[in-house]
Design a protein around this ligand. Structure first.
Ligand code: AMP
Length: 380
């Protein structure tokens, strides 16, 4: 496919996005900027992408008619959310090209498959045990002999479906508290930092990596990403190398987030992968030559990859629901709007419930972290 994909209009590609969250919204906005139409399949949820997509299919992801409509309207497709039923992704991929492939997303959406994939490919990851029964848990806890975290095998994100253990508990109680679901027990990593690398891989195997982001969390939710991460050049190069290795081993096509723990000696272990644009890549909208969303569209449309170069140091601050003074009252944005090098991104969500991701801010410059901390302190 050549770059003439944009013209003439009657032959234009229409990008189908499975999922209608803020990532779908930012994909649709990037598409609009490039003159590309989008159709968003929301899964029947309240969806931030609805107000910016050209067309919307507001039906559950297991609705067979919705699948037919989606494939009729879209000429190519991508996902903005990994917890899409595998059967739906396979159904779509039979009719139109889907980037990344259902196989790659299928590995990343299930912790057990993800960990096995990492281990089988010799990629450093946390020590883990697959747990199906109380007997498995008892044996694994005995072998681990220390702190760990029990995580559901399927459909986990942002720390949901996780139980921290110290190691001296009775496995019977742990299994009961956890809900006896198929799980992975991971050894606890006393890490120094958490970082992530966004990597993009084209259909013909060209790879580009963005600078690693250093991620800090509040109540298990991403709070700030500091880019570039404050790590040694060796660790940074190693993270890019491992992210590339993951993308290649998955035969990945599109944008992928690879999350790491950085040990105190600078060595790395992969925590998990996100087969889509990622919250820790939002800085790329304002601080990089080509954003993670545009890169995804470029791969989906068969266009040349963009530059992943960081143009300015940046801090991305998530605007979480607890900054709101009531469910419907945002904080006073004046200090942010008056900050040089700051950009406000809001996702159009009507209600700020708990720690919901309502938007994010990017702050450019070497003093961005201090500015982000000052803004946060004013809102909390
Ligand atoms: P996850 O959903 O697997 O990314 O886990 C959410 C957060 O919990 C991570 O970002 C870490 O801060 C923490 N965490 C998860 N697994 C481990 C582990 N094995 N060791 C230490 N911290 C962990």
């Amino acid at each position: 496919m050549s770059a003439s994909v944009f013209f003439p209009l009657d032959k234009q590609q229409i990008v189908g996005v499975i999922g209608g969250g803020q990532l779908g919204r930012m994909l649709a906005l990037a598409a609009r900027r490039m003159g590309v139409r989008s159709v968003v399949w929301t899964g029947g949820l309240e969806a931030p992408a609805v107000e910016v997509a050209d067309e919307v299919i507001d039906k559950p992801f297991d609705d067979p008619q919705a699948l037919l409509d989606f494939c009729e309207k879209a000429t190519v497709a991508t996902v903005e959310f990994e917890n899409i039923p595998l059967a739906t992704m396979r159904g779509v991929a039979k009719k139109i090209s889907l980037f990344p492939s259902p196989e790659a997303v299928g590995i990343c959406q299930n912790r057990e498959k993800e960990k096995n994939f990492l281990r089988e490919n010799g990629i450093p990851c946390t020590n883990f045990w697959v747990i199906e029964t109380l007997e498995d848990l008892t044996a694994a806890m005995a072998e681990l002999n220390g702190p760990g975290v029990l995580k559901t095998a399927a459909f986990g994100y942002d720390g949901k479906g996780q139980l921290k253990i110290e190691g001296d508990e009775n496995p019977v109680d742990v299994w009961e508290n956890f809900g006896k679901e198929r799980a992975v027990l991971e050894a606890w990593v006393p890490f120094d930092k958490e970082i992530s690398v966004m990597v993009v891989r084209s259909a013909d195997g060209e790879v580009r990596t963005y600078d690693p982001a250093e991620n800090r969390h509040r109540k298990h939710i991403l709070d700030v990403s500091i880019v570039p991460a404050r790590i040694s050049p060796e660790t940074s190069d190693n993270a890019r190398k491992i992210a590339t290795q993951v993308a290649e081993a998955l035969d990945y096509q599109g944008i992928l987030g690879v999350e790491f723990f950085v040990n105190h000696d600078g060595s790395l272990v992969v925590n998990e992968m996100a087969p889509r644009p990622h919250n820790s890549g939002h800085h790329t909208l304002d601080a990089c030559a080509c954003s993670q969303f545009e890169q995804q569209l470029r791969v989906v449309l068969g266009l040349p990859l963009g530059s992943a170069k960081l143009v300015s140091p940046c801090v991305m601050l998530n605007l979480l629901g607890d900054f709101w003074t009531s469910e419907t009252t945002p904080p006073d944005w004046t200090p942010l709007l008056e900050t040089e090098g700051a950009t406000l991104h809001l996702y159009g969500k009507r209600r700020a419930i708990g720690m919901r991701k309502m938007g994010h801010a990017t702050l450019l410059g070497v003093d961005a972290l201090a500015k982000a901390e000052a803004l946060k302190a004013g809102w909390l």
